[in-house]
Design a protein. Structure first.
Length: 241
């Protein structure tokens, strides 16, 4: 589901966005206490952030951890992820509690788009559309052509990067407007990526760890004084192949 608040910036980001070589996206989730794992899929909603860790096996139903963040509180549960079935432009990946037999018509699932998919060079990320879990059915926030999608306990964050321009927008967890920033910088090092913006004396910094050291923070400073620092609970980063 596209975020209406971000619409004014999306049009700018779409110009020349498709890459002939395509993109790869990598997702990560915080299982609590800074214990980061690769995510098969995650879902940013106004009330909570949901994710399933990436299975290490192939085919059929594989062990996974279902993580749910509501504000600064979280739960983790042992589940099974898979198999998947396609229907009307979507893939429905079964979610089954650990120890239960996987049925032909699962009660719970993750729905992924077969159209807005990173396998198509026109899209930077695969659209995770929906999670259905015992707590309910949750539609996931999604922004076309984002270079980074991230969530903290308090905010949803999107970064666009195209043609040397780095743009930022955020929403508060309840869906109200956050901050929009242009003219940012992106620096890379062995330890990961740093995105930074300046506005009215404030410095906004998004830091992401590397592949072997995932994690991240969103911080705000003014005149060198720290005003806030929020740990990410989940994020996806998209990079050209």
């Amino acid at each position: 589901m596209k975020r209406a608040f971000f619409a004014p910036l999306i049009g700018l980001a779409l110009v020349g966005a498709a890459s002939a070589a395509g993109y790869r996206d990598s997702s990560y989730v915080n299982l609590g206490g800074g214990n980061w794992k690769p995510a098969a899929a995650w879902c940013d909603t106004p009330g909570r952030v949901l994710a399933v860790t990436a299975p290490t096996g192939q085919g059929g139903a594989q062990p996974t951890t279902l993580v749910q963040w509501t504000g600064s509180r979280y739960t983790t549960q042992a589940w099974q992820y898979g198999p998947s079935e396609g229907a009307a432009g979507s893939s429905y990946v079964a979610l089954t509690p650990a120890g239960r037999t996987v049925g032909g018509a699962p009660d719970f699932y993750v729905r992924l788009s077969n159209v807005e998919n990173v396998q198509d060079p026109a899209y930077r990320m695969t659209h995770v559309s929906e999670f259905k879990v015992p707590a309910g059915t949750f539609r996931c926030r999604y922004v076309p052509q984002a270079a980074v999608l991230a969530a903290t306990a308090k905010h949803s964050v999107v970064v666009w990067e195209q043609g040397g321009k780095v743009t930022y927008a955020s929403q508060n967890r309840d869906g109200t407007a956050g901050v929009q920033l242009t003219g940012g910088t992106h620096t890379q090092s062995a330890g990961g990526d740093q995105y930074q913006w300046q506005k009215n004396g404030y410095t906004y910094t998004l830091r992401l760890g590397g592949v072997t050291t995932p994690g991240g923070t969103l911080s705000v400073t003014r005149a060198g004084r720290a005003l806030s620092s929020e740990s990410l609970v989940a994020y996806t980063v998209s990079t050209p192949k």
